[in-house]
Design a protein around this ligand. Structure first.
Ligand SMILES: Nc1ncnc2c1ncn2[C@@H]1O[C@H](COP(=O)(O)OP(=O)(O)O)[C@@H](O)[C@H]1O
Ligand SMILES: [Mg+2]
Length: 369
């Protein structure tokens, strides 16, 4: 019995959501650690005080949970629980911003079935709301990005329908139209990838992976994009396997190599190389292109970010590639970075853990980065 009680107490104590127990007069009996963190009140300081002293929880209409006319007293009086999906918790002890929460007030009954108090459970909903807000923002940005090629498509089809055109003219418009449709397709694929990443629906299936065949396939796949560039793929014969996933590594390297080609002039060189480095395999994608100015560096890996450079904007793009790259690299336990000299070129570097190294040592390397 005593053991069960300790177990139950421990469970409440370690419960991830804030729990506040009050008596029938709303005086605080007990709070768990999560409640101490959320309210800023220690358990001993809070005990015996009116709940209103430690909790200011307001719904959007401004009604305070612990006020004389609030939900807490009502729940105690009527003996029915109250749920609210969205409210604000004001931090009385610190001047931090209010926290967005959901709460439940569950009346507790004694042996004679009379209400003796209530349990207030508070759930910080910030992470859930952030996910929803990110999804809304992606929707909005995606619709906006899709509008541009769609408008062009409509314009082109109008021209094709309304005018007597010579065969070469018609062909040119159709080619243009095809290009816009391609652009929309790429954009939609990228958006779907981002949405999968953001909602945590990308699974990672790590195994020992030989790098050379993946790199070779990347080089073959991007070759059609070359405009008089020379593409060099350099992998040492004895490159050890990594701990990774072929599809993700392929997507990472295709994205980086495509950028290298897109953002550099015909006639220049693009190099994709791999080598061993302290428990990692390091991939470098190097170009002699437009480069990246300092003010853009910090934001390159953000969703939809594209430098406002005319040399960049001339090439079609979604601004999602590097966001996807960074997330995939993280999933594989690696690291991505960039060095660049405007007007001279850029090097994007990805490091991924080598398969054979004992588990502890790649982590040590990662921590010291
Ligand atoms: N190799 C590169 N050289 C110069 N700028 C680059 C390079 N790779 C990426 N960038 C910059 O980073 C931005 C984001 O890249 P990315 O997410 O792949 O989007 P996109 O290529 O669709 O524009 C690009 O718009 C460009 O400004
Ligand atoms: Mg790109």
């Amino acid at each position: 019995m005593a053991r069960d009680r300790t177990l139950a107490e421990q469970a409440f104590e370690q419960f991830p959501q804030a729990v506040v127990l009050v008596d029938r007069d709303t005086a605080v009996l007990w709070t768990n650690s999560a409640a101490e963190r959320l309210t800023g009140w220690s358990r001993t300081d809070a005990a015996g005080r009116p709940a209103a002293d430690i909790l200011e929880v307001r719904t959007e209409t401004g009604v305070n949970l612990c006020a004389p006319n609030g939900a807490l007293r009502r729940a105690l009086r009527v003996g029915a629980s109250v749920n609210t999906h969205f409210a604000y918790l004001f931090r009385l002890r610190t001047s931090d911003d209010p926290v967005r929460i959901a709460y439940t007030v569950a009346p507790q009954r004694g042996k004679d079935k009379n209400v003796v108090g209530a349990m207030i459970v508070i759930h910080d909903v910030t992470p859930e709301l952030e996910t929803i807000e990110a999804r809304d923002a992606l929707m909005l940005a995606a619709s906006h990005e899709l509008k541009t090629p769609l408008t062009t498509l409509k314009g082109l089809s109008d021209l094709l329908l309304d005018f007597e055109l010579s065969e070469p003219q018609r062909r040119e418009l159709l080619l243009d139209l095809h290009g816009q449709a391609d652009r929309m397709e790429r954009l939609i694929e990228d958006i779907l990838d981002v949405s999968r990443i953001d909602s945590g629906r990308v699974s990672v299936d790590l195994s020992r992976l030989d790098v050379a065949p993946v790199v070779q396939r990347v080089c073959e796949d991007v070759r059609p994009m070359l405009r008089d560039h020379s593409l060099r793929c350099r992998i040492p014969e004895d490159l050890p396997p990594i701990w990774g996933e072929a599809r993700k590594l392929h997507q990472i390297l295709v994205n980086l190599t495509t950028n290298a080609i897109k953002y550099s002039e015909p006639g220049t060189q693009v190099t994709l190389s791999a080598r061993v480095e302290q428990g990692y395999v390091r991939f470098d994608v190097q170009d002699q292109g437009v480069g990246i100015r300092k003010q853009h560096m910090a934001r390159l890996f953000e969703k939809f970010y594209r430098a406002d450079d005319p040399a960049v904007r001339r090439a079609a793009g979604t601004g999602l590639g590097l966001y996807i790259v960074r997330n995939l690299v993280n999933m594989l336990g690696g690291h991505v970075s960039v060095r660049s000299r405007p007007g001279k070129g850029s090097v994007f570097t990805v490091t991924l853990p080598q398969a054979e190294v004992p588990q502890a040592s790649p982590r040590l390397v990662a921590a010291s980065r």
